[in-house]
Ligand binder design. Structure first.
Ligand SMILES: [Zn+2]
Length: 433
């Protein structure tokens, strides 16, 4: 049984008040004590004037697009998708996609992120996830609309589910069961029907069926939702820029029947909201949409800097929080953002609204994300019995009295991150890769 004691000027458990001059005792990758330090302990690892807080949770990203940085946006969302699709194929296959995901995982860990809710596609992505040594909530993306579903792969949902199952059995479980310290991360698998403008009710229902089954490892659902006004238009009457996009890509065959309601109402109608889904964006939602989300156990992933990149109307995240909706933070991909840092997102929000309590922001970047991904019983806060997933941020000397504001105001970077008690520098890829 291995025990390690860490001491730091501040420990920020998130689920309880900050502890000044605190100590964190870690045994076999789990937290056994988080408390005020007593007498000097020469065996403890002293992290000095720093804040120790839970590893950040990036609830929504696409690491396979890490190499697609700098897709330009000129005021048309579908125009941006066309630009992305023109670049994306170069990143979508083989070693390129493996390298892109690994690069994204490395950038995440360097930013103090220990858990990602990542949308991916194909076995290469699963292989890269398995090699990442951090917590992965992996969602395989499925699309398909009308009779030309999923680009000619009518069983896309089952295929994705089988891929996840095989990947989980072959790539993830063996290293962890042989030696937990060589592979300390958690893995949870899910499906992500892409969005209502690319994916019809039939595909959504199939995905629901996969996560509802007692067998298999698919447990979570995610979807992009209510991202643009054009999406509202498409669901209302099947017209507009998304119709034109589908026609251009040869995916429109006239069999699609628009539900004639809002994207959130559509999710309610097909039963998607009943499965604790992660709803990404929700940029354009009415009061009644918010009522539906609040009445469900759905979480909302807000991607603040990506939201700004597309110059969307103000997001209603504060109203969502006031209604008790679990709002977490995602970076989305580098195709619409500058970094994969959740801390950068929180600092951006702090500038956007200085009146929001800092503790609330930190919670959005940690525990709320863990809850959205179904991992809050294991990570997201520094509590006894949870996994030792934490990030260390050096303190600016002028801010040592208030660790929360120091984290949000300070521009210092995380100095290290731990997953299941293992420090990030131990996370180099295995020699066999
Ligand atoms: Zn996304």
């Amino acid at each position: 049984m291995s025990t390690v004691v860490y001491q730091a000027r501040w420990i920020l458990p998130v689920a309880s008040p900050p502890i000044e001059n605190g100590r964190l005792v870690v045994q076999d990758g789990c937290i056994v004590t988080a408390e005020k330090a007593g007498a000097p302990d020469s065996s403890a690892i002293d992290l000095g004037d720093s804040v120790v807080l839970p590893g950040f949770v990036n609830a929504h990203t696409h690491l396979m697009l890490t190499g697609c940085h700098g897709i330009r946006y000129r005021g048309s969302f579908t125009g941006w998708i066309r630009n992305l699709m023109a670049v994306h194929p170069r990143f979508a296959f083989g070693d390129t996609v493996r390298q892109s995901v690994r690069e994204g995982l490395g950038q995440s860990m360097a930013a103090g992120v220990t858990t990602v809710g990542d949308i991916g596609d194909g076995v290469e992505v699963i292989e890269a996830w398995a090699a990442g040594r951090m917590n992965i909530a992996g969602f395989l993306e499925v699309v398909g609309i009308g009779s030309k579903r999923a680009g000619g792969h009518p069983k896309a949902v089952q295929t994705a589910a089988e891929l996840l199952h095989r990947g989980f059995l072959e790539l993830w479980v063996p290293p962890r069961s042989n030696n937990p310290l060589t592979h300390p991360g958690l893995f949870t698998a899910g499906l992500s029907p892409h969005a209502p403008y690319s994916t019809d009710a039939c595909v959504y229902r199939e995905a629901i069926g996969c996560v509802s089954g007692l067998s298999g490892i698919c447990r979570r659902l995610c979807t992009h939702l209510a991202e643009t006004r054009e999406e509202e238009q498409f669901l209302r009457d099947g017209t507009g820029p998304f119709r034109e996009l589908l026609e251009q890509f040869g995916l429109w065959d006239g069999s699609y029947r628009p539900p004639g309601c809002s994207p959130v109402e559509f999710m309610e109608q097909i039963g998607f909201l009943s499965h604790r889904p992660l709803l990404v964006h929700c940029n354009y939602v009415s009061d009644s949409d918010l009522d539906l989300i609040a009445a469900s156990e759905a979480s909302v992933a807000y991607c603040p800097r990506s939201h700004r990149f597309f110059n969307h109307e103000p997001h209603r995240w504060r109203e969502m929080l006031a209604r008790g909706i679990n709002v977490c933070v995602g970076t989305d991909s580098l195709a619409s953002n500058d970094t994969l840092s959740v801390l950068d997102e929180l600092r951006f929000l702090r500038c956007l609204d200085p009146s929001i309590p800092g503790g609330q922001l930190i919670r959005m970047g940690t525990l709320a994300g863990a809850r959205a991904l179904g991992l809050d019983d294991q990570i997201g806060s520094l509590e006894v019995g949870k996994r030792a997933d934490f990030t260390v941020i050096p303190l600016d000397r002028a801010m040592t009295h208030d660790p929360v504001e120091a984290v949000l105001a300070d521009s210092s970077c995380p100095s290290s991150a731990f997953v299941g008690g293992c420090q990030s520098r131990d996370f180099a890829p295995r020699a066999s890769e």
